[in-house]
Design a protein around this ligand. Structure first.
Ligand code: FAD
Length: 427
């Protein structure tokens, strides 16, 4: 994997800098390099080693209901203070997250929630097809499985809620097929026997290894002529040539880079750089955890979401992975070991017959705005910059469509999705 210092910053062709080599930045960089642009991807870490490393791998095209919803507000006391809740606030971070939570509450009112559904739908209608095309163009289709996933109810009590979910999805044109327990287990052989019921979401999928998708795309990007710089951008200087088209100087610990255009895709770390480009965005992080049973036998099958536990188990080429939990704790506090213990218990209970082997642990930082929509598009103050961050629980799912949108913006074409709901200045 070539990781080069930028060789020539003045070779005639305009230079596009992409800040952040997570799945969003890599997908964008690959699409741009492939269309013949001169691209420099910048990150202090190896490609795909932050949040995009350890997600559930779920291509969650069915997720059209923003977490900021009247339903979440009603459940908030139970969610935040319940013993086995999937949502937590770290005590040392409560005062820091309070303003974000107030904005979340405001975004949960019914009218905003309905607009949020329409906005997510506009991306999700294209997400799976875009992902298929991205993987095919990059020769990485073997990493993508598109046989859907299951939502299972473990107790009879949950069956009405499962059916309500099916009807709510159907109202928005998303198919969910009820399955008998034994049919569900046939599709996910690692799953325990004795569940109460299941839905098959046939138009979703999963990747066999989110990190391999990142490294594979990065390799294709490099082969297409894209360059990579291992550096943390500390300061962005906007050049003014009098015509508003002066480009940028990006300062890092070892020097500076001149770029004509800039894509900011630094995930949960994007806010300070966005501020330097003129926008204070209320970006915070919903930390999430995974445990991967590296020694579990590979039985194949599709991913399983437990309706009651709010976690997902995905069969991957690196083992059986369980992910979940929303923890408000910012970017600096260490992981809470209890969360990993909770996930291990869930995994043992959901896959009791599996030999799990070594259990590796990980925590990542979902980049989340209070209305649970990403920021995608030009910041009004600077037509040469493009923001592409804040994809919360859906960054993998929406990476390919985000790359399509950014490619269109760079090329001056109309983007495939109306970007007004994703404006950086909407707060
Ligand atoms: C437990 C868990 C499970 C998840 N499951 C799913 C799932 O199944 N499906 C799904 O679609 N999504 C899922 N997600 C969400 C998804 O992983 C994220 O939305 C996605 O990874 C965000 O990608 P990103 O490229 O924006 O950020 P990241 O992958 O975090 O990358 C951002 C990069 O920017 C770099 N950076 C930061 N600051 C700078 C700087 N100043 N200069 C240069 N570079 C910088 C960082 O080093 C990092 O490499 C999950 C998340 C978690 C935590």
């Amino acid at each position: 994997m070539p990781e080069t210092e930028q060789r020539s910053i003045n070779s005639g062709k305009r230079m596009i800098a992409v800040i952040g080599a997570g799945i969003i930045g890599i997908s964008i960089a690959w699409r741009l390099a492939r269309s013949g642009e001169r691209v420099l991807l910048i990150d202090p870490l190896a490609p795909g080693s932050a949040t995009s490393f350890g997600n559930a791998g779920h291509i969650a095209s069915e997720q059209i209901f923003p977490l900021a919803s009247p339903e979440t507000m009603l459940a908030a006391p139970r969610l935040l203070f319940g013993r086995n809740s999937p949502m937590h606030i770290r005590p040392g971070y409560a005062h820091r997250i309070a303003p974000w939570l107030l904005k979340f509450a405001w975004a949960s009112r019914p009218s905003a929630y309905r607009r949020g559904i329409e906005a997510l739908l506009s991306l999700q209608r294209k997400s799976l097809e875009s992902m298929r095309a991205l993987c095919a163009d990059a020769g990485l289709s073997e990493l993508l499985r598109t046989q859907g996933h299951l939502v299972v109810a473990e107790s009879e009590k949950s069956l009405p809620a499962l059916d309500a979910k099916r009807l709510a999805l159907a109202r928005h044109g998303i198919e969910a097929v009820p399955l008998a327990p034994e049919e569900a287990v046939a599709r996910a052989p690692f799953l325990k026997r004795g569940i109460a019921g299941a839905l098959l979401l046939p138009r979703t999928g999963h990747v066999l290894n989110p990190h391999s998708l990142c490294t594979g795309l990065h390799q294709r990007y490099s082969e297409a002529g894209g360059q990579t710089l291992r550096a943390r951008i500390e300061r962005i200087e906007i050049l003014d040539n009098g015509g508003g088209d002066g480009g940028f100087v990006l300062w890092h610990e070892a020097g500076q880079i001149k770029a004509d255009k800039l894509v900011l895709a630094a995930g949960a770390w994007s806010a300070p750089l966005a501020r330097q480009l003129g926008h204070a965005v209320p970006l915070d992080t919903e930390r999430g955890y995974h445990v991967t049973a590296e020694g579990a036998p590979n039985l194949g099958g599709i991913a399983v979401e437990s309706h009651e536990r709010r976690i997902i188990v995905t069969p991957m080429d690196c083992g059986l992975r369980i992910t979940g939990i929303v923890e408000f704790g910012g970017l600096d506090l260490p992981p809470n070991p209890r969360r990993h213990e909770d996930l291990k218990r869930h995994l043992r209970e959901l896959a009791p017959e599996m030999e799990l082997g070594n259990l590796s642990e990980w925590m990542g930082f979902r980049p989340s705005l209070p209305d649970m929509l990403p920021v995608i598009g030009h910041p009004p103050a600077n037509p040469n910059a493009i923001f592409a961050f804040g994809h919360q629980h859906l960054g993998l799912t929406l990476s390919a469509i985000t790359a399509d949108i950014v490619s269109a913006l760079v090329a001056g074409r109309t983007p495939p999705v109306d970007l007004r709901p994703f404006r950086p200045d909407r707060f």
